[in-house]
Design a protein around this ligand. Structure first.
Ligand code: SF4
Length: 490
Protein backbone atom coordinates (compact mmCIF):
# COMPACT_ATOMS: atom_id res chain seq x y z
CA UNK A 1 0.00 0.00 0.00
CA UNK A 2 1.50 3.35 -1.02
CA UNK A 3 -1.04 5.91 0.12
CA UNK A 4 -3.23 5.97 3.19
CA UNK A 5 -6.08 8.48 3.49
CA UNK A 6 -7.12 9.09 7.04
CA UNK A 7 -8.91 11.43 9.42
CA UNK A 8 -10.28 11.53 12.95
CA UNK A 9 -14.06 11.81 12.69
CA UNK A 10 -16.04 13.42 15.49
CA UNK A 11 -18.04 10.18 15.93
CA UNK A 12 -18.00 6.69 14.51
CA UNK A 13 -21.34 7.35 12.83
CA UNK A 14 -19.87 10.20 10.77
CA UNK A 15 -18.39 8.80 7.56
CA UNK A 16 -15.94 11.22 5.95
CA UNK A 17 -17.24 12.50 2.62
CA UNK A 18 -14.00 14.43 1.97
CA UNK A 19 -11.79 11.33 2.11
CA UNK A 20 -14.14 9.43 -0.17
CA UNK A 21 -13.97 12.28 -2.69
CA UNK A 22 -10.18 12.05 -2.66
CA UNK A 23 -10.22 8.28 -3.06
CA UNK A 24 -12.69 8.49 -5.96
CA UNK A 25 -10.41 10.96 -7.74
CA UNK A 26 -7.03 9.23 -7.26
CA UNK A 27 -6.99 8.06 -10.91
CA UNK A 28 -4.15 5.63 -11.62
CA UNK A 29 -3.13 5.74 -7.95
CA UNK A 30 -6.50 4.58 -6.68
CA UNK A 31 -5.51 0.92 -6.49
CA UNK A 32 -2.63 1.68 -4.18
CA UNK A 33 -4.71 3.98 -1.96
CA UNK A 34 -6.53 2.84 1.16
CA UNK A 35 -8.94 4.69 3.44
CA UNK A 36 -8.82 4.26 7.21
CA UNK A 37 -10.90 6.41 9.53
CA UNK A 38 -10.52 6.94 13.28
CA UNK A 39 -12.63 8.64 15.90
CA UNK A 40 -11.43 11.44 18.18
CA UNK A 41 -10.61 10.20 21.62
CA UNK A 42 -8.65 7.19 20.31
CA UNK A 43 -5.12 6.83 21.66
CA UNK A 44 -2.49 8.49 19.45
CA UNK A 45 -0.15 5.49 19.81
CA UNK A 46 -2.85 3.13 18.60
CA UNK A 47 -3.69 5.37 15.65
CA UNK A 48 -0.03 5.59 14.63
CA UNK A 49 0.42 1.83 15.03
CA UNK A 50 -2.61 1.17 12.86
CA UNK A 51 -1.48 3.67 10.20
CA UNK A 52 1.94 2.06 10.02
CA UNK A 53 0.43 -1.41 9.75
CA UNK A 54 -0.39 -0.46 6.13
CA UNK A 55 3.29 0.39 5.46
CA UNK A 56 2.30 3.57 3.63
CA UNK A 57 4.73 5.83 1.79
CA UNK A 58 2.29 8.73 2.03
CA UNK A 59 -0.35 9.48 4.66
CA UNK A 60 -2.98 12.08 3.78
CA UNK A 61 -4.77 13.55 6.82
CA UNK A 62 -8.10 15.40 6.68
CA UNK A 63 -7.83 18.27 9.17
CA UNK A 64 -10.90 19.90 10.65
CA UNK A 65 -11.57 22.21 13.58
CA UNK A 66 -12.70 19.25 15.72
CA UNK A 67 -9.63 17.09 15.14
CA UNK A 68 -6.72 19.48 14.65
CA UNK A 69 -5.40 19.20 18.21
CA UNK A 70 -5.49 15.40 18.36
CA UNK A 71 -4.19 15.04 14.82
CA UNK A 72 -1.27 17.32 15.68
CA UNK A 73 -0.20 14.77 18.31
CA UNK A 74 -0.67 11.90 15.87
CA UNK A 75 1.41 13.59 13.17
CA UNK A 76 4.15 14.50 15.68
CA UNK A 77 4.35 10.87 16.82
CA UNK A 78 4.17 9.48 13.31
CA UNK A 79 7.03 11.65 12.08
CA UNK A 80 9.15 10.56 15.07
CA UNK A 81 8.70 6.85 14.61
CA UNK A 82 8.52 6.86 10.80
CA UNK A 83 10.22 9.98 9.45
CA UNK A 84 10.41 8.43 5.98
CA UNK A 85 6.60 8.51 5.61
CA UNK A 86 5.46 11.64 3.78
CA UNK A 87 2.64 13.42 5.60
CA UNK A 88 0.25 15.49 3.47
CA UNK A 89 -2.43 17.61 5.15
CA UNK A 90 -5.66 18.90 3.67
CA UNK A 91 -9.06 20.17 4.82
CA UNK A 92 -10.59 23.49 5.87
CA UNK A 93 -8.55 23.88 9.06
CA UNK A 94 -5.22 23.98 7.22
CA UNK A 95 -6.47 25.85 4.15
CA UNK A 96 -6.07 29.28 5.74
CA UNK A 97 -3.43 30.88 7.98
CA UNK A 98 -1.55 27.78 6.97
CA UNK A 99 2.02 28.64 7.86
CA UNK A 100 1.20 29.67 11.43
CA UNK A 101 0.06 26.22 12.47
CA UNK A 102 2.01 23.69 14.52
CA UNK A 103 0.61 20.75 12.57
CA UNK A 104 1.80 22.32 9.32
CA UNK A 105 5.31 22.66 10.71
CA UNK A 106 5.31 18.90 11.43
CA UNK A 107 3.98 17.87 8.01
CA UNK A 108 5.78 17.51 4.68
CA UNK A 109 3.10 19.06 2.49
CA UNK A 110 -0.26 20.79 2.67
CA UNK A 111 -2.96 21.02 0.03
CA UNK A 112 -5.21 24.03 0.64
CA UNK A 113 -8.77 24.29 -0.67
CA UNK A 114 -10.11 21.69 -3.10
CA UNK A 115 -8.05 18.48 -3.07
CA UNK A 116 -9.44 16.28 -5.85
CA UNK A 117 -6.93 17.38 -8.50
CA UNK A 118 -3.95 18.53 -6.48
CA UNK A 119 -3.70 15.70 -3.91
CA UNK A 120 -3.32 12.85 -6.49
CA UNK A 121 -0.90 15.00 -8.52
CA UNK A 122 1.22 15.67 -5.44
CA UNK A 123 1.18 11.97 -4.47
CA UNK A 124 2.37 11.07 -7.99
CA UNK A 125 5.28 13.50 -7.65
CA UNK A 126 6.22 12.20 -4.19
CA UNK A 127 6.17 8.58 -5.41
CA UNK A 128 7.65 8.97 -8.88
CA UNK A 129 9.29 12.42 -8.98
CA UNK A 130 10.08 15.11 -9.75
CA UNK A 131 10.28 15.65 -6.00
CA UNK A 132 7.90 18.45 -5.03
CA UNK A 133 9.83 21.39 -3.66
CA UNK A 134 6.96 23.47 -2.31
CA UNK A 135 5.43 22.65 1.05
CA UNK A 136 2.08 24.38 0.52
CA UNK A 137 0.13 23.55 -2.64
CA UNK A 138 -2.94 25.63 -3.49
CA UNK A 139 -5.65 23.17 -4.50
CA UNK A 140 -6.77 23.52 -8.10
CA UNK A 141 -10.53 23.85 -8.43
CA UNK A 142 -11.65 21.91 -11.50
CA UNK A 143 -14.98 22.36 -13.29
CA UNK A 144 -17.31 20.72 -10.79
CA UNK A 145 -18.49 18.01 -13.14
CA UNK A 146 -14.91 16.83 -13.75
CA UNK A 147 -14.94 15.58 -10.16
CA UNK A 148 -15.83 11.89 -9.80
CA UNK A 149 -18.65 11.34 -7.37
CA UNK A 150 -17.67 9.22 -4.35
CA UNK A 151 -20.92 7.59 -3.32
CA UNK A 152 -20.11 4.06 -4.50
CA UNK A 153 -17.28 4.17 -1.93
CA UNK A 154 -19.75 4.09 0.94
CA UNK A 155 -19.48 0.47 2.05
CA UNK A 156 -22.44 -1.71 2.95
CA UNK A 157 -21.40 -1.25 6.57
CA UNK A 158 -21.44 2.57 6.12
CA UNK A 159 -24.90 2.36 4.58
CA UNK A 160 -26.16 0.23 7.43
CA UNK A 161 -24.61 1.98 10.39
CA UNK A 162 -23.47 5.50 9.55
CA UNK A 163 -24.79 8.87 8.44
CA UNK A 164 -24.41 9.23 4.68
CA UNK A 165 -23.33 12.74 3.76
CA UNK A 166 -24.13 13.83 0.22
CA UNK A 167 -23.90 17.12 -1.67
CA UNK A 168 -25.78 18.30 -4.74
CA UNK A 169 -23.74 21.52 -4.81
CA UNK A 170 -20.63 23.05 -3.28
CA UNK A 171 -20.10 26.58 -2.04
CA UNK A 172 -22.37 29.43 -1.07
CA UNK A 173 -23.07 32.76 -2.77
CA UNK A 174 -23.58 34.59 0.54
CA UNK A 175 -20.89 36.32 2.55
CA UNK A 176 -21.68 35.93 6.26
CA UNK A 177 -18.37 36.93 7.79
CA UNK A 178 -18.25 34.29 10.55
CA UNK A 179 -18.58 31.46 8.02
CA UNK A 180 -15.92 29.75 5.93
CA UNK A 181 -18.33 29.56 3.01
CA UNK A 182 -18.14 33.36 2.84
CA UNK A 183 -14.87 32.80 0.96
CA UNK A 184 -16.62 30.92 -1.86
CA UNK A 185 -17.32 32.98 -4.93
CA UNK A 186 -20.63 31.26 -5.56
CA UNK A 187 -22.32 27.85 -5.31
CA UNK A 188 -21.44 25.22 -7.90
CA UNK A 189 -24.09 22.57 -8.64
CA UNK A 190 -23.20 19.00 -9.62
CA UNK A 191 -24.99 17.70 -12.73
CA UNK A 192 -28.33 16.79 -11.22
CA UNK A 193 -29.07 13.63 -13.22
CA UNK A 194 -25.72 12.07 -12.33
CA UNK A 195 -26.16 13.02 -8.73
CA UNK A 196 -29.65 11.56 -8.54
CA UNK A 197 -28.45 8.37 -10.24
CA UNK A 198 -25.92 8.01 -7.42
CA UNK A 199 -28.65 8.61 -4.83
CA UNK A 200 -30.75 5.96 -6.55
CA UNK A 201 -27.90 3.50 -6.32
CA UNK A 202 -27.40 4.26 -2.61
CA UNK A 203 -31.12 3.84 -2.06
CA UNK A 204 -31.15 0.50 -3.87
CA UNK A 205 -28.28 -0.63 -1.65
CA UNK A 206 -30.40 0.10 1.43
CA UNK A 207 -29.55 3.73 2.32
CA UNK A 208 -32.45 5.42 4.08
CA UNK A 209 -30.87 8.44 5.76
CA UNK A 210 -29.39 11.15 3.51
CA UNK A 211 -27.75 14.18 5.05
CA UNK A 212 -27.19 16.96 2.50
CA UNK A 213 -24.21 19.16 3.30
CA UNK A 214 -25.14 21.77 0.67
CA UNK A 215 -24.83 25.11 2.39
CA UNK A 216 -28.08 26.38 0.92
CA UNK A 217 -30.39 23.68 -0.37
CA UNK A 218 -33.09 26.13 -1.47
CA UNK A 219 -30.97 28.38 -3.68
CA UNK A 220 -32.20 26.95 -6.96
CA UNK A 221 -35.83 26.02 -6.47
CA UNK A 222 -36.06 23.87 -9.62
CA UNK A 223 -33.20 21.71 -8.36
CA UNK A 224 -34.59 21.59 -4.82
CA UNK A 225 -37.95 20.43 -6.16
CA UNK A 226 -36.39 17.65 -8.24
CA UNK A 227 -34.40 16.39 -5.28
CA UNK A 228 -37.45 16.49 -3.04
CA UNK A 229 -39.47 14.67 -5.70
CA UNK A 230 -36.83 11.92 -5.69
CA UNK A 231 -37.53 11.36 -2.01
CA UNK A 232 -41.30 11.75 -2.35
CA UNK A 233 -41.32 9.03 -5.03
CA UNK A 234 -39.42 6.70 -2.71
CA UNK A 235 -41.79 7.43 0.16
CA UNK A 236 -44.79 6.76 -2.02
CA UNK A 237 -43.38 3.54 -3.45
CA UNK A 238 -42.19 2.20 -0.14
CA UNK A 239 -44.06 3.78 2.78
CA UNK A 240 -43.21 0.94 5.15
CA UNK A 241 -39.47 1.44 4.74
CA UNK A 242 -39.30 5.23 4.62
CA UNK A 243 -36.40 7.36 3.55
CA UNK A 244 -35.25 10.40 5.56
CA UNK A 245 -33.54 13.55 4.27
CA UNK A 246 -31.79 16.42 6.04
CA UNK A 247 -31.23 19.79 4.33
CA UNK A 248 -29.83 23.20 5.27
CA UNK A 249 -32.13 26.05 4.28
CA UNK A 250 -31.82 29.81 4.04
CA UNK A 251 -34.92 30.88 5.92
CA UNK A 252 -36.18 33.82 3.88
CA UNK A 253 -36.51 32.02 0.56
CA UNK A 254 -39.41 29.62 0.50
CA UNK A 255 -41.50 30.21 -2.63
CA UNK A 256 -44.93 28.59 -2.88
CA UNK A 257 -43.73 25.77 -5.17
CA UNK A 258 -41.21 24.71 -2.53
CA UNK A 259 -43.76 24.96 0.26
CA UNK A 260 -46.07 22.74 -1.74
CA UNK A 261 -43.33 20.12 -2.11
CA UNK A 262 -42.41 20.31 1.58
CA UNK A 263 -46.01 19.93 2.68
CA UNK A 264 -46.24 16.57 0.88
CA UNK A 265 -43.68 14.92 3.15
CA UNK A 266 -45.17 12.72 5.85
CA UNK A 267 -44.03 12.93 9.49
CA UNK A 268 -40.55 11.60 10.15
CA UNK A 269 -39.18 12.07 6.62
CA UNK A 270 -37.68 15.56 6.53
CA UNK A 271 -35.37 17.60 8.72
CA UNK A 272 -34.33 21.20 8.11
CA UNK A 273 -31.40 23.00 9.64
CA UNK A 274 -32.05 26.73 9.38
CA UNK A 275 -29.53 29.40 10.22
CA UNK A 276 -31.03 32.54 11.74
CA UNK A 277 -27.83 33.36 13.67
CA UNK A 278 -29.15 36.77 14.74
CA UNK A 279 -32.46 38.62 14.46
CA UNK A 280 -30.67 41.92 15.07
CA UNK A 281 -30.54 43.97 11.81
CA UNK A 282 -27.53 46.01 13.00
CA UNK A 283 -25.56 42.83 13.72
CA UNK A 284 -26.63 41.30 10.42
CA UNK A 285 -25.29 44.35 8.59
CA UNK A 286 -22.03 44.24 10.53
CA UNK A 287 -21.37 40.62 9.56
CA UNK A 288 -22.69 41.05 5.99
CA UNK A 289 -25.54 38.62 6.48
CA UNK A 290 -28.43 39.41 4.19
CA UNK A 291 -31.65 38.21 5.74
CA UNK A 292 -35.23 39.42 5.59
CA UNK A 293 -36.21 38.84 9.22
CA UNK A 294 -39.94 39.12 8.68
CA UNK A 295 -39.91 36.64 5.81
CA UNK A 296 -37.62 34.31 7.76
CA UNK A 297 -39.96 34.38 10.77
CA UNK A 298 -43.04 33.88 8.57
CA UNK A 299 -41.40 30.89 6.87
CA UNK A 300 -40.36 29.26 10.14
CA UNK A 301 -43.88 29.75 11.42
CA UNK A 302 -45.25 28.23 8.20
CA UNK A 303 -42.92 25.23 8.49
CA UNK A 304 -43.80 24.55 12.11
CA UNK A 305 -47.54 24.83 11.52
CA UNK A 306 -48.04 23.60 7.96
CA UNK A 307 -45.39 20.92 7.45
CA UNK A 308 -44.18 17.80 9.23
CA UNK A 309 -40.52 18.77 8.85
CA UNK A 310 -38.39 18.58 11.97
CA UNK A 311 -36.86 22.02 12.47
CA UNK A 312 -33.49 22.75 13.96
CA UNK A 313 -32.77 26.50 13.99
CA UNK A 314 -29.36 28.04 14.74
CA UNK A 315 -28.55 31.20 16.69
CA UNK A 316 -25.05 32.48 17.44
CA UNK A 317 -24.16 34.39 20.61
CA UNK A 318 -21.06 36.61 20.68
CA UNK A 319 -21.36 38.27 17.25
CA UNK A 320 -19.98 41.82 17.03
CA UNK A 321 -22.55 44.39 18.19
CA UNK A 322 -24.84 41.76 19.77
CA UNK A 323 -25.52 42.51 23.43
CA UNK A 324 -27.00 40.00 25.85
CA UNK A 325 -30.25 41.97 25.69
CA UNK A 326 -30.46 41.97 21.88
CA UNK A 327 -29.55 38.27 21.77
CA UNK A 328 -32.26 37.58 24.37
CA UNK A 329 -34.78 39.42 22.23
CA UNK A 330 -33.87 37.27 19.21
CA UNK A 331 -33.96 34.08 21.28
CA UNK A 332 -37.43 34.86 22.62
CA UNK A 333 -38.65 35.73 19.15
CA UNK A 334 -37.38 32.43 17.83
CA UNK A 335 -38.80 30.44 20.74
CA UNK A 336 -42.22 31.95 19.98
CA UNK A 337 -42.01 30.48 16.47
CA UNK A 338 -41.82 27.01 18.06
CA UNK A 339 -39.05 25.23 16.16
CA UNK A 340 -38.34 21.74 17.51
CA UNK A 341 -34.79 22.66 18.48
CA UNK A 342 -32.88 25.89 18.95
CA UNK A 343 -29.18 25.33 18.45
CA UNK A 344 -27.57 27.92 20.71
CA UNK A 345 -24.08 28.34 19.26
CA UNK A 346 -21.23 30.46 20.59
CA UNK A 347 -19.24 32.36 17.96
CA UNK A 348 -16.03 30.72 16.78
CA UNK A 349 -13.35 32.47 14.80
CA UNK A 350 -12.82 30.00 12.00
CA UNK A 351 -9.48 30.36 10.28
CA UNK A 352 -9.70 32.52 7.19
CA UNK A 353 -13.08 34.03 7.95
CA UNK A 354 -13.46 37.79 7.37
CA UNK A 355 -14.91 38.41 10.84
CA UNK A 356 -11.44 39.35 12.04
CA UNK A 357 -12.00 42.81 10.61
CA UNK A 358 -14.11 43.53 13.71
CA UNK A 359 -11.57 42.34 16.27
CA UNK A 360 -10.28 45.73 17.33
CA UNK A 361 -13.41 47.84 17.24
CA UNK A 362 -15.54 45.27 19.06
CA UNK A 363 -12.83 44.00 21.41
CA UNK A 364 -13.28 40.42 20.15
CA UNK A 365 -11.17 38.03 22.27
CA UNK A 366 -11.01 34.45 21.01
CA UNK A 367 -9.57 31.30 22.53
CA UNK A 368 -6.24 30.74 20.73
CA UNK A 369 -6.92 26.98 20.69
CA UNK A 370 -9.43 25.14 18.49
CA UNK A 371 -12.36 25.63 18.21
CA UNK A 372 -11.37 29.29 18.74
CA UNK A 373 -14.50 30.17 20.71
CA UNK A 374 -15.15 33.80 21.62
CA UNK A 375 -14.21 34.50 25.24
CA UNK A 376 -15.27 38.13 25.54
CA UNK A 377 -16.09 41.14 23.43
CA UNK A 378 -16.84 44.82 23.85
CA UNK A 379 -20.44 44.12 24.83
CA UNK A 380 -20.16 40.83 26.72
CA UNK A 381 -17.45 40.30 29.32
CA UNK A 382 -15.74 36.97 29.99
CA UNK A 383 -17.87 36.02 33.00
CA UNK A 384 -21.09 36.73 31.11
CA UNK A 385 -19.85 34.81 28.07
CA UNK A 386 -19.24 31.81 30.33
CA UNK A 387 -22.80 32.09 31.57
CA UNK A 388 -23.94 31.97 27.95
CA UNK A 389 -21.75 28.92 27.31
CA UNK A 390 -23.43 27.15 30.23
CA UNK A 391 -26.85 28.27 29.00
CA UNK A 392 -26.05 26.58 25.67
CA UNK A 393 -24.93 23.37 27.35
CA UNK A 394 -27.92 23.15 29.68
CA UNK A 395 -30.27 24.12 26.85
CA UNK A 396 -29.09 21.01 24.99
CA UNK A 397 -29.65 18.84 28.05
CA UNK A 398 -33.04 20.21 29.01
CA UNK A 399 -34.66 21.64 25.86
CA UNK A 400 -33.09 20.05 22.78
CA UNK A 401 -32.99 16.62 24.39
CA UNK A 402 -36.79 16.60 24.25
CA UNK A 403 -36.84 14.96 27.68
CA UNK A 404 -38.63 17.82 29.46
CA UNK A 405 -41.49 18.42 27.07
CA UNK A 406 -44.09 19.23 29.74
CA UNK A 407 -41.75 20.96 32.15
CA UNK A 408 -39.95 23.25 29.72
CA UNK A 409 -42.85 25.64 28.99
CA UNK A 410 -43.40 26.01 32.76
CA UNK A 411 -39.71 26.66 33.31
CA UNK A 412 -39.57 29.28 30.55
CA UNK A 413 -42.89 31.06 31.14
CA UNK A 414 -43.26 34.31 29.25
CA UNK A 415 -39.55 35.23 29.30
CA UNK A 416 -37.73 32.15 27.93
CA UNK A 417 -34.22 33.55 27.70
CA UNK A 418 -34.24 35.39 31.02
CA UNK A 419 -35.83 32.51 32.91
CA UNK A 420 -33.59 29.86 31.44
CA UNK A 421 -30.55 32.02 32.15
CA UNK A 422 -31.64 32.27 35.81
CA UNK A 423 -32.11 28.48 35.88
CA UNK A 424 -28.69 27.92 34.27
CA UNK A 425 -27.02 30.18 36.84
CA UNK A 426 -28.78 28.33 39.66
CA UNK A 427 -27.99 24.89 38.26
CA UNK A 428 -24.32 25.72 37.90
CA UNK A 429 -24.16 27.19 41.39
CA UNK A 430 -25.73 24.02 42.79
CA UNK A 431 -23.93 21.35 40.78
CA UNK A 432 -20.66 22.99 39.75
CA UNK A 433 -20.93 20.93 36.58
CA UNK A 434 -21.91 21.38 32.97
CA UNK A 435 -21.17 17.83 31.83
CA UNK A 436 -21.83 14.42 33.26
CA UNK A 437 -25.09 15.38 34.95
CA UNK A 438 -26.97 12.09 35.01
CA UNK A 439 -30.58 12.33 33.87
CA UNK A 440 -31.99 11.33 37.25
CA UNK A 441 -29.99 14.03 38.97
CA UNK A 442 -31.00 16.60 36.38
CA UNK A 443 -34.68 15.75 36.87
CA UNK A 444 -34.28 16.15 40.64
CA UNK A 445 -32.49 19.47 40.17
CA UNK A 446 -35.18 20.85 37.87
CA UNK A 447 -37.84 19.85 40.42
CA UNK A 448 -35.87 21.58 43.17
CA UNK A 449 -35.44 24.71 41.06
CA UNK A 450 -39.16 24.93 40.32
CA UNK A 451 -39.75 24.87 44.09
CA UNK A 452 -37.36 27.79 44.56
CA UNK A 453 -39.63 29.61 42.11
CA UNK A 454 -42.67 29.01 44.29
CA UNK A 455 -44.04 25.76 42.90
CA UNK A 456 -45.47 23.26 45.31
CA UNK A 457 -43.19 20.21 45.85
CA UNK A 458 -45.86 17.69 44.86
CA UNK A 459 -46.79 19.68 41.75
CA UNK A 460 -43.15 20.00 40.67
CA UNK A 461 -42.52 16.30 41.13
CA UNK A 462 -45.70 15.36 39.28
CA UNK A 463 -44.75 17.65 36.39
CA UNK A 464 -41.27 16.13 36.15
CA UNK A 465 -42.69 12.64 36.53
CA UNK A 466 -44.87 13.18 33.47
CA UNK A 467 -41.71 13.81 31.44
CA UNK A 468 -39.52 11.29 33.17
CA UNK A 469 -42.12 8.59 32.57
CA UNK A 470 -41.43 9.19 28.92
CA UNK A 471 -44.77 10.78 28.07
CA UNK A 472 -43.98 13.55 25.65
CA UNK A 473 -46.51 16.22 24.74
CA UNK A 474 -47.54 16.12 21.14
CA UNK A 475 -45.26 18.91 19.95
CA UNK A 476 -42.18 17.08 21.19
CA UNK A 477 -42.90 13.74 19.61
CA UNK A 478 -40.27 12.50 17.18
CA UNK A 479 -42.31 10.76 14.56
CA UNK A 480 -39.31 9.17 12.84
CA UNK A 481 -39.31 5.38 13.02
CA UNK A 482 -37.04 4.04 15.75
CA UNK A 483 -34.18 3.20 13.46
CA UNK A 484 -34.15 6.67 11.97
CA UNK A 485 -34.50 8.35 15.34
CA UNK A 486 -31.45 6.41 16.47
CA UNK A 487 -29.50 7.48 13.42
CA UNK A 488 -30.62 11.07 13.81
CA UNK A 489 -29.07 11.15 17.22
CA UNK A 490 -25.76 10.77 15.32
S1 SF4 B 1 -23.74 31.19 7.06
FE1 SF4 B 1 -24.86 30.02 5.50
S2 SF4 B 1 -25.61 31.59 4.06
FE2 SF4 B 1 -23.97 32.56 5.25
S3 SF4 B 1 -22.08 32.23 4.04
FE3 SF4 B 1 -22.25 30.54 5.51
S4 SF4 B 1 -23.27 28.91 4.40
FE4 SF4 B 1 -23.62 30.81 3.27
Amino acid sequence: MSILLTTLNARYTHASLGLRYLLANMGALQEQTHLQEFVIGAKATEIVERILSYSPKIVGFGIYIWNVEETTKVVAMLKRVAPHVAVVLGGPEVSHETNEQEIVKLADHVVTGWGEVTFPKLCGEILHGPKPLMKVHAGVQPPINDIKLPYSLYSDDDIKNRTLYVEASRGCPFKCEFCLSALDKTAWPFALDNFLAEMESLYQRGARLFKFVDRTFNLNIKTSLKIMQFFLDKLEANPDDPVYAHFELVPDHLPDALKEGISKFPPGALQFEIGIQSFNPAVQTLVSRRQDNQKAADNIRWLTTQSHAHMHVDLIAGLPGETVESFAEGFNKLWALEPHEIQFGILKRLRGTPIIRHTQEFGMVYDPYAPYTILANRDIDFATMQRLVRFARYWDLVANSGRFGHTLPVLLGDAPFQRFMAFADWLYANTDATHRIALERLVAMVARYLQTQGMDKADAEALLASDYAGAKPKAMETPAPKRQARRLAA
